[in-house]
Design a protein around this ligand. Structure first.
Ligand code: NCD
Length: 307
């Protein structure tokens, strides 16, 4: 039995197969409408979510399966003090696969060690968010036609943003990827990403704080929200929350074939005036998230691809 806890749980080849399957699902959705008939997905969300939880639900429903679960810790037995280990033991009796989001780093790993069904990490604290990464990889591959030879700008809260951590982890495995890491000094990537991931893989990267300066060289600009819920004091959040605002003026500095991604939710970091720019791909990205989660559920449940 396999879980997805970290983007590296799939090799580059397995990731390519999964993205190919997601692509086929996008082109022929009706072919997949019953491949998970009778199967159940449990969504165990101890932290707020719109896209991730609902895209998992949509994915399972699109495959013919059904969904059960909870959308906040308050409405689960966690509020009574139940451990993740106990909860997953019970959920294993009710469902065939589960997606878990938790504020504590490593909670899905704990769940996986006590589970008899595949566990998908749907975001654990400031740590990892592997299904967002699969979504991002599918988006980049679909928009640019490749996952190698790219200059990727990551902008905003690189310290607490788990989507950024997971995406860097996944992208260092492709040829000739260069990162431009754009953040205020306080929100730079954590040391372990800099040392154990970027430097350890000999990746070309720069850390800067000026977005305008970076714009002209980027193939992809991945914007992120300042992660309010992970700040220790509100003053710091207020000081940093609007550190970058992507607007039409900044878009003029970018290449014609650069694309903007954002895991969403957006707060102020992308002005709504950018939404109509053909390079704004963040809503399309949310759609890719459904295809990729359909492919992931099929892969972990070892469902055969229909002909
Ligand atoms: C992200 C998350 O939860 O980490 N959202 C998402 O899953 N699409 C990004 C965020 O909350 O800023």
């Amino acid at each position: 039995m396999r879980h997805l806890l970290n983007p590296l749980d799939f090799t580059v080849e397995e990731t390519a197969q999964l993205l190919d399957l997601a692509g086929d699902i996008e082109r022929n959705p009706s072919k997949y409408a019953h491949v998970c008939d009778g199967k159940k997905l449990a969504t165990l969300f101890y932290e707020p979510s719109t896209r991730t939880r609902l895209s998992f639900e949509a994915a399972m429903l699109n495959l013919g399966g059904s969904v059960l679960g909870f959308s906040s810790a308050d409405s689960s037995s966690a509020a009574k003090g139940e451990s993740v280990a106990d909860t997953i033991r019970v959920i294993s009796c009710y469902a065939d696969i589960c997606a878990m989001r938790h504020p504590k780093e490593g909670a899905p790993l704990v769940a996986a060690t006590h589970s008899t069904i595949p566990v998908i990490n749907a975001g654990d604290g400031g740590h990892q968010h592997p299904t967002q990464t699969l979504t991002d990889l599918l988006s980049i591959r679909s928009l640019k036609g490749r996952l190698d030879n790219l200059t990727i700008g990551l902008c905003g809260d690189l310290k607490f943003g788990r989507t950024v951590h997971s995406l860097i982890n996944a992208l260092v495995r492709y040829e000739n990827i260069r990162f431009v890491l754009i953040s205020p000094p306080e929100l730079r990537i954590p040391e372990y990403i800099r040392e154990d991931v970027l430097k350890a893989h000999n990746i070309d990267f720069v850390e800067i704080d000026n977005l305008d300066e970076a714009m002209p060289e980027l193939d992809i600009l991945y914007m992120t929200r300042v992660q309010k819920e992970r700040f220790f004091n509100e003053e710091d959040y207020i000081r940093l929350k609007d550190c970058y605002i992507l607007d039409k003026k900044k878009m003029k500095l970018a290449k014609k074939d650069m694309f903007i991604l954002h895991p969403l939710p957006r707060v102020n970091e992308i002005s709504v005036e950018v939404d109509n720019d053909p390079r704004a791909a963040y809503f399309k990205q949310a759609q890719y998230g459904v295809y990729v989660r359909m492919a992931l559920i099929m892969t972990l449940l070892e469902v055969e691809k229909p002909c």
